[in-house]
Structure formats: structure tokens, C-alpha cells
Design a protein around this ligand. Structure first.
Ligand SMILES: O=C(O)CCC(=O)C(=O)O
Ligand SMILES: [Fe+2]
Length: 317
């Protein structure tokens, strides 16, 4: 029922994404919408994303199994959702329908995702199962992507560098479009054209599936209509996260780790307490799920800077 055909799976490997209209029916959509209301009540002030209740997530196991087995023939290994299901609203969704002046929804410029790459370290075996659940206009408020086949025709060397990775942004700098490397800092390469010339925007209705590999460059199309989408992040639970890779990197990565220091401290502590240098994704995600919220306030500023410096030092040897 939730299976992808072989040619759909092949699209994900060739282009980095596939679009499947009418993937979810009304019953599934209703469940996801109820989950969104629950998530809103629980975490009203987080305008960036809300975490799906576990009870709702678990009902979609058959879907994850179907995706996992159908995508394997395309050389992509994912076996489940780690880190929970997410809701992205592109408007200031608040349970009391009275958003504060500062409140705003998700509106992201060109990027490959950052934190998921810093934390889980591989965006090839990483699938973003993206499905709008509130979507009044199919032609508005979608996700716009740069398909890999278009990118490789335009900038083959840059395309190679972007495969399997994350933490980059496309920006116009002195009149030219470049890809910024937020892992090590500096530029990853020149795009040589406006992304608008090679982008694509599938028109999505509620229940349509946009299945994307983690390494695809994407952005919010617009915030002209009110849209809510779910985003399930599938990974290979047996793949390992490296303590040294977590610590390595330049200033942009360190700054982003500092901003979300509660979560990164928990990661580092898990490695340290268990005296391990490599930990399977499933094990680390299970631990993170059990310790509950990790707001930045759960780690002192200086303490985190010292902890990260120490980790960086030990990563050299
Ligand atoms: O929903 C959006 O507009 C942004 C979503 C996004 O960047 C993502 O799913 O990684
Ligand atoms: Fe993203």
C-alpha cells in the first residue's frame, strides 16, 4: 500500500527526490492533523518545528517498512525513523490563535540540513519523508529543490562534493551564487547560475509525498498560504556516529552546536560515559528519546565551550 515502484526509487537515486501524488488517504491525514494539534498544545512557542506524539508516529510503522524495503534497490539503506516525526508550519501556528508579534513560521532559504548532518553524519542513507497535511493551494508554499541531475549538468564538481553531505547554504555573494560550507567554513564551490534556473517545485496537495534524500539542496517556496507538513527522518540505525567527526569542523559548525548546546552536550556525554568512539544511530537516538527535552538552557555557555574545545583537542589524536 505504501510501497514505491522501482522507477520511483530510481528517481531518488538519480535526482535526489521523487514526488508521489495521493500517497496518504484521509484517515492517515486526520491522524496526522490530530497529532499536530496535540504537538501544538505541548510546545506552543517553538515556531521552527514541533515533535509528533509517539503514539501517532508508531501508527506509521507499516509506511516506514514499505519505504525502507522499496528504496533499498536504489542503493539507499534506511530502516526506520530516528529522532521522531516533525511538523513544519510556515505560519505562526499557536493553539490560542493569538500569535505574539515575534512569532513566525518556517521559511528557510536554500540549504542542506545542518543539525541532522552534524549529529548523524551521513545524508545519503537519510530520507526525508515530507507530506503536507494542510495545503490550501497546490502551487504555493511547497518545497523547492535543486535536482541532482540538473546540478551535475550545471556544476559537476560541486555536485560531487554535495553528495551524501549536509550543512551547506546557497547564497549570492558579490553578484555570484556560491555554496557555503557550514561544516568547515568558507565556500564549497561556485554554482555558476541562479538556482532559479535549475530548481523544481513539485505542486503538492495534502497527502502527496515528497521523498527526498538528505543531501538535496532545498528551500521553502513561499509563505503566501498557510501550510503544515510532516517530515519523517529515516536513517540506517546500524550506521555509526563518530565522536571525532562530531567534534571536528570549523566556526559555523561550532556556533550552531553552541546554539543547540543542550542536545550536543547530551551526545558528547553519551560517548564519554560509555567510553565509546563510535555509537550506532539507533542506540544514540534511543538515548536521546529517553532523556527528554534538551533545551540550550540545560547546558551552561562556558561549560559547553570548554567541553567542545576538549572534544576538538582529543579528536586531533
Ligand atoms: O517546510 C519547509 O518549508 C522547510 C522544510 C525543510 O527544510 C526540511 O524538511 O528539511
Ligand atoms: Fe531542510
Amino acid at each position: 500500500m505504501y510501497e514505491l515502484s522501482e522507477s520511483q526509487a530510481a528517481e531518488v537515486s538519480r535526482r535526489g527526490f521523487v514526488y508521489i501524488p495521493g500517497y496518504l488517504g484521509e484517515t492517515d491525514l486526520e491522524l496526522l492533523r490530530q497529532g499536530f494539534q496535540e504537538a501544538l498544545e505541548k510546545d506552543p512557542n517553538n515556531d521552527y518545528f514541533r515533535i509528533m506524539p509517539g503514539t501517532v508516529l508508531s501508527k506509521f510503522q507499516p509506511m516506514f517498512q514499505a519505504i525502507s524495503s522499496s528504496i533499498r534497490c536504489a542503493g539507499i539503506k534506511v530502516d526506520g525513523v530516528y529522532g521522531g516525526g516533525l511538523y513544519f508550519a510556515n505560519y505562526a501556528a499557536r493553539p490560542d490563535s493569538n500569535p505574539k508579534a515575534k512569532a513566525r513560521g518556517v521559511a528557510l532559504d536554500w540549504h542542506q540540513d545542518h543539525d541532522s548532518y552534524y549529529m548523524w553524519q551521513d545524508h545519503h542513507n537519510y530520507i526525508n519523508v515530507y507530506i503536507p497535511i494542510e495545503k490550501p493551494d497546490p502551487d504555493r508554499s511547497n518545497l523547492t529543490v535543486v535536482p541532482f541531475d540538473n546540478l551535475s549538468r550545471q556544476a559537476p564538481e560541486l555536485c560531487e562534493k554535495m553528495l551524501a553531505r549536509g550543512a551547506t547554504r546557497a547564497r549570492k555573494s558579490f553578484g555570484r551564487w556560491v555554496i557555503l560550507d557550514d561544516e568547515w567554513g568558507g565556500k564549497l564551490g561556485k554554482l555558476g547560475c541562479d538556482p532559479a534556473e535549475i530548481e523544481e517545485t513539485p505542486s503538492l496537495r495534502a497527502g502527496d509525498l515528497l521523498l527526498m534524500r538528505g543531501d538535496i539542496l532545498h528551500r521553502t517556496q513561499d509563505t503566501l498560504t498557510r501550510r503544515v507538513a510532516v517530515s519523517f527522518r529515516m536513517m540506517d540505525g546500524h550506521a555509526t556516529v563518530s565522536r571525532k567527526n562530531l567534534a571536528r569542523g570549523g566556526l559555523p559548525k561550532a556556533v550552531m552546536m553552541y546554539v543547540s548546546r543542550g542536545a550536543y552536550k547530551a551526545f558528547i556525554r553519551y560517548f564519554a560515559r560509555n567510553h565509546k568512539n563510535e555509537v550506532p544511530i539507533a542506540e544514540l537516538a534511543f538515548y536521546m528519546g529517553n532523556i527528554g527535552p534538551t533545551p540550550p538552557s540545560s547546558c551552561g555557555r562556558l561549560k559547553f565551550v570548554a567541553l567542545l574545545m576538549w572534544e576538538k583537542l582529543r579528536a586531533i589524536f
